[in-house]
Write a protein that binds this ligand. Structure first.
Ligand SMILES: Nc1ncnc2c1ncn2[C@@H]1O[C@H](COP(=O)(O)OP(=O)(O)OP(=O)(O)O)[C@@H](O)[C@H]1O
Length: 757
């Protein structure tokens, strides 16, 4: 069988890869500034005018067929050169518009090149050929058939709508497959290796004639070199997809199979897709799944509700620590997806799928709402709320079938017409100014560690390390905001940056309240009455624990047990102990009445938990220790509240026209909760609150308080509706509930928008 002469220059596949690397390093050294140096921009790209002129000339010379190839032209003279990263490989490429590759094409000599070949280079951020650029962020994978000069780049670049509509419609991501022809097979391999080096999945296939079992004698297929070719790229992720077919008014299946699945398939994902059959099914699945079948994560397709179920399923397992380390991917296909929109800045299914394919992990705080009376705990990542909003959530369930995403508006309107009064007893533990400042400093100082190694073996990792802390009210805005009523097609535009503002201690409080929250006093007279904390019903050490294990049984209880202050649970316990000593009338939460963990025999060995120590914190790039402050006191309030909202992140709403947020200063990973109190009662107050919310001015209302807190305890008054919403799930409060953060974070798959740039 004849062999192409160009093959003889390459001694081994490894050799090819090494050549690619050599090219990469030589390019890097040319720039002289190391890995992240400014790239060498082709001479013709240096100036905008020149670039445009040249490309125009090029188009004119290429004829009609080639003109179309310029539809992706990007004037990189406009781009900051830093955006292009460092050079990985360079050479000649031709964009091949042919649908099929003939063997004649493949027989072309290596040295002859192609008449249409143009200078091209692959950098760590983009593939640039001629005056075109394709961002690697938009590249899903590369397909390459052994022994060919062609390779196919699969991408979803953001494409502007046609001229007339571009002013009204947002840009869309549309799939484009670019078929490139390299001058030789060796160079094709080097290009593909370059993509693999940049973490693009390579779909490496046998030669088409081999796979088709009709081997042509003139085609180079028996070359052992290519049969053994090995591209050093990430292995295909193995995930469990949990799809709520009722989400998004029944559109979620279509969204997943039509838009998302093809992307995952291109990226080589090995998926098991399970449709939920009933409410609670996702929780069951997450609580029982064998992680060996989905070591790279669980992908939730639906709204915030399905994510909440999965989280609660994971945290109800006996292997809780391992469970919370399982990455959670979110494909927004529900009525609202506040979590993924707020935290990752993604609100359409295609962008979410790409973010998942690109990988990386984003640590996100998890809060626990504990029913103190019976020990039941429900977890959340977005918000827990009481008062008007939870009533609306309850009423909206009636209208789910009839109104779909409009149900919140309908229920909100009806509830507004017959608005009850809500009374609550409330205690909260404010963050101290010092804690907020030091937290802010740590967050500022920290170097964001690249957690790109998503597809590592989670099982292995979780056995050797804890999950350290790093960093909806989906429906609230919709209740009074007809702007979100669209609920129609999913937005397929590119993502928008999430807020990056630093956290602040207390805002929207009058000076007195500020002083009080700073811990100089633990009682607040407003709105109605000052309360002295009552002994908790649960002070009986033998109170029952139901459903979930008590904290003393749970993995993270070990943190408090050993008086470790590395997490909020620990911190809370310590603060509570301080409360006992400093406030005679407050015996502190229930766990103070229970045996001290550090006196229990063999606690450390029997319940040992790999605490999130410094190395892990370094890995996630965040140190989250909050030293307890002696002067911290629970602030106690009792009275009428239209709403009590405890937010874990800023709670952006996907469907709102404006980008208003409920808790503008909240961060998903700042180790604190943001408490929003809407004091008082009455429709006028409520209306003003929601109107102001649309414009992001709700915090300026005199009856709205906003405090950064560690924990909140709440007890509904007599005759007050006792609904409690957690991430859109409705529960009932009996007695008192306590809301605090867990010491460990969950991990969302994908990076925040600002880190993906
Ligand atoms: N097959 C099913 N049948 C009925 N209910 C289900 C099913 N699967 C999940 N659920 C429940 O549906 C609720 C809502 O799910 P999800 O949040 O995914 O969709 P959504 O209501 O469209 O979105 P959002 O909550 O953002 O409005 C969840 O609380 C879940 O328990």
């Amino acid at each position: 069988m004849p062999k192409s002469t160009h093959h003889q220059n390459v001694s081994s596949p490894r050799g090819l890869a090494q050549q690619s690397v050599r090219c990469m390093s030589s390019r890097r050294s040319q720039t002289g500034t190391g890995q992240h140096s400014s790239p060498t921009v082709f001479p013709e790209k240096r100036g905008k005018t020149k670039s445009l002129k040249q490309s125009d000339d090029g188009v004119a010379n290429e004829g009609p067929e080639k003109v179309k190839a310029h539809e992706h032209r990007i004037d990189i003279g406009d781009e900051s050169s830093d955006l292009l990263g460092y050079d990985v490989f360079c050479g000649k490429l031709a964009l091949d518009k042919k649908a099929k590759i003939t063997s004649a094409d493949e027989r072309m000599g290596s040295g002859t090149g192609n008449p249409d070949s143009i200078d091209a280079r692959l950098t760590s951020k983009a593939l640039i050929w001629g005056s075109h650029m394709l961002r690697l962020e938009d590249v899903i994978s590369v397909s390459y058939n052994s022994g060919l000069r062609h390779f196919l780049v699969h991408a979803y670049p953001v494409t502007k709508r046609s001229c007339g509509l571009s002013c009204f419609l947002k840009p869309q991501r549309i799939r484009k497959d670019f078929r490139f022809l390299a001058p030789s097979t060796e160079e094709a391999i080097q290009w593909v290796s370059g993509f693999a080096d940049q973490q693009c999945f390579v779909n490496y296939l046998p030669h088409p004639m081999v796979s088709g079992k009709k081997q042509a004698p003139d085609i180079v297929t028996s070359e052992p070199l290519f049969d053994q070719l090995y591209f050093k790229c990430k292995s295909p992720p193995k995930v469990l997809v949990i799809l709520n077919p009722r989400s998004g008014h029944g559109r979620s299946s279509k969204v997943f199979h039509g838009k998302v699945e093809p992307i995952f398939k291109l990226a080589g994902f090995m998926m098991e897709v399970v449709n939920t059959k009933y409410a609670g099914h996702a929780k069951e699945l997450a609580s029982t799944v064998d992680f060996r079948t989905c070591p790279d994560g669980i992908i939730c397709v639906g709204g915030d509700g399905i994510v909440n179920e999965v989280l609660n399923g994971l945290l109800s397992r006996s292997d809780q620590k391992e469970a919370i380390s399982i990455p959670i991917g979110i494909i927004p296909a529900g009525s609202d997806n506040s979590l993924v929109w707020t935290v990752l800045g993604v609100r359409d299914p295609i962008s979410a799928a790409i973010a998942i394919v690109k990988g990386g992990l984003t640590g996100t705080d998890v809060f626990a709402v504990e029913w103190i009376q019976n020990g039941v705990i429900h977890f959340g990542t977005t918000v827990t709320y009481f008062g008007f909003v939870s009533d609306v959530l309850e009423l909206s369930e009636k209208y789910q079938k009839r109104f779909g995403p409009l149900r919140y508006f309908v229920a909100g309107f009806l509830k507004f017409l017959c608005l009850p009064k809500y009374n609550f007893e409330l205690e909260y533990l404010p963050m101290t100014k010092e804690a907020v400042d030091s937290q802010g400093k740590v967050l500022e100082d920290q170097e964001k560690i690249d957690m790109s190694d998503l597809y590592t073996d989670i099982m292995r990792r979780s056995k050797t390390e804890g999950i350290p802390r790093a960093s909806s009210l989906s429906s609230i805005d919709s209740i009074m905001s007809p702007s979100r009523m669209s609920g129609g097609e999913f937005d397929t535009s590119g993502s928008t940056l999430a807020s990056n503002e630093p956290s602040e201690y207390v805002r929207g409080l009058d000076p007195k309240s500020k002083r009080l929250s700073l811990g100089r006093n633990n009682l607040v007279a407003e709105p109605d009455e000052v309360l002295h904390p009552q002994p908790h019903l649960s002070s009986n050490p033998n109170w029952p624990r139901t459903r979930l294990k008590s904290r003393t049984d749970k993995g993270w209880t070990g943190l408090t047990a050993t008086n470790d202050s590395r997490g909020p649970w620990a911190a809370t316990a310590l603060y509570d102990k301080e409360d006992i000593s400093s406030t005679v009338s407050d015996p502190g939460p229930i766990w103070d009445t229970e045996p001290k963990w550090d006196t229990e025999p063999n606690w450390e060995t029997e319940n040992s938990i790999e605490l999130p120590g410094p190395p892990d914190d370094v890995e996630l790039g965040i140190k989250k220790e909050l030293a307890p402050k002696l002067e911290e006191k629970w602030v106690v309030k009792k009275g009428k509240f239209l709403g009590v909202l405890v937010c874990n992140h800023s709670c952006k709403t996907v469907q709102s026209l404006s980008s208003q947020v409920v808790a503008p200063k909240a961060e998903h990973d700042d180790n604190s909760l943001d408490l929003l109190l809407v004091n008082g009662s009455g429709r006028m107050r409520l209306l003003r609150f929601f109107v102001r919310l649309q414009f992001g001015q709700h915090l300026s209302l005199p009856y709205v308080e906003y405090v950064k807190v560690k924990s909140v305890k709440l007890r509904p008054g007599i005759n007050t509706h006792n609904g409690c919403g957690i991430d859109g799930e409705l529960l009932r409060v009996k007695g008192q509930v306590l809301c605090s953060l867990l010491p460990e974070q969950c991990r969302l798959i994908g990076r925040p928008a600002r880190d993906r740039m």
